[in-house]
Design a protein around this ligand. Sequence first.
Ligand SMILES: CC(C)(COP(=O)(O)OP(=O)(O)OC[C@H]1O[C@@H](n2cnc3c(N)ncnc32)[C@H](O)[C@@H]1OP(=O)(O)O)[C@@H](O)C(=O)NCCC(=O)NCCS
Length: 172
Amino acid sequence: MIKESKQEYLIRVAGPGDAAAVTALFKESYPLLMSQAYDKATLAAALEVMTTANPKLLASGTFYLAESRVGQVVGCGGWTRETPGSGMVHGHVAHIRHFASHPDWIGHGIARSILALCEREARLAGIKQLECYASLNAVGFYGALGFDSVGSIEVRIGTGVTLPSVLMRRTV
Ligand SMILES: CC(C)(COP(=O)(O)OP(=O)(O)OC[C@H]1O[C@@H](n2cnc3c(N)ncnc32)[C@H](O)[C@@H]1OP(=O)(O)O)[C@@H](O)C(=O)NCCC(=O)NCCS
């Protein structure tokens, strides 16, 4: 699918071969955009883990990329039945995973487009509710897309640091 925008991009399913490009995107996006909401020390510890692409997500078939006309990966995000961290599956609930847009492409509707695709695919797979662990800087984004804040949570990143976040939900 090609989205009309000031800057055009194509959305496609990710694969294991996209690991380096997705890691590069996280390294461009997270440190800059998350610094609006977290202090340097918390972020530095979390980003060490967060900026590496997750091979399981890349191979899931439900993780998507936005690619520019010149083949640069400028956005990503996906969904899984597995709960991040525990890996548990709860009925008709799916989890929104690892959304990021490149700072040069913010506000072009990339994350909205990928989320719409997640919602459509999840609904077709029988999912009734989407959940996400929203980083504090992304609460406004998820709110704009119809998610409700359920409460504050601490998300464990790797084995050490925890990141203050918000549990958000939306019916599909
Ligand atoms: C959150 C993020 C993915 C949004 O990406 P994006 O491609 O700029 O989002 P879109 O352009 O699709 O925005 C969709 C809507 O959300 C709104 N929105 C986006 N970010 C917002 C924010 N921080 N606060 C309030 N609203 C926001 C936009 O205004 C837009 O609404 P509109 O269509 O009515 O104008 C991006 O800011 C990002 O990569 N952040 C860093 C990584 C991160 O925190 N990821 C989430 C982890 S849980």
